[in-house]
Ligand binder design. Sequence first.
Ligand code: NI
Length: 182
Amino acid sequence: MIYPIVIYGNPVLKKVAAEVERDYPELKQLIDDMFKTLQKSEGVGLAAPQIGLSKRLFVIDLNPIAEDKPEFKGYKKVFINPTIVEFSDEEKVYSEGCLSIPGLSEDVRRPSKIKMHYFDENWVEHTEEFSEFPARAIQHEYDHLEGHVYTDRISLIRKQLISKKLAAISKGKFTCSYKYKM
Ligand code: NI
């Protein structure tokens, strides 16, 4: 099934998500549906809180950017109960958007490399380094599990400048091409 995307202002996006249990029912189906939902909305990452499920799980699918960056063709990954165990000192600024905040994008500064501990869809444990675009997408999705969205990380002045837009989005005043819920 395709889930509706939860929009900014819904309290689930502010909650710290709970760990996924080993015997979580229909986990494979959920992951499959999250990928389908992501593809439908043409995003590159989707965290469980964005479908209203406050669990520590997100999926990344970089195929939408593979036209510009062919090295990411077929790049699909599942992250269950992830933790970021190392951040690089080096940081980069990159323009981010979010399916839960339609029509907005803002420059966000983040570490350019991370090391992450996580489980994949088969509960295989990984400790892996990520850089460049994957590091960016992963940190953005990880924030959702911690109850944050990227606009929490922008400068106060930018936040003031977009505060009316954010308020409008949280009241349903926006357009987007995918199914959503407030
Ligand atoms: Ni997001």
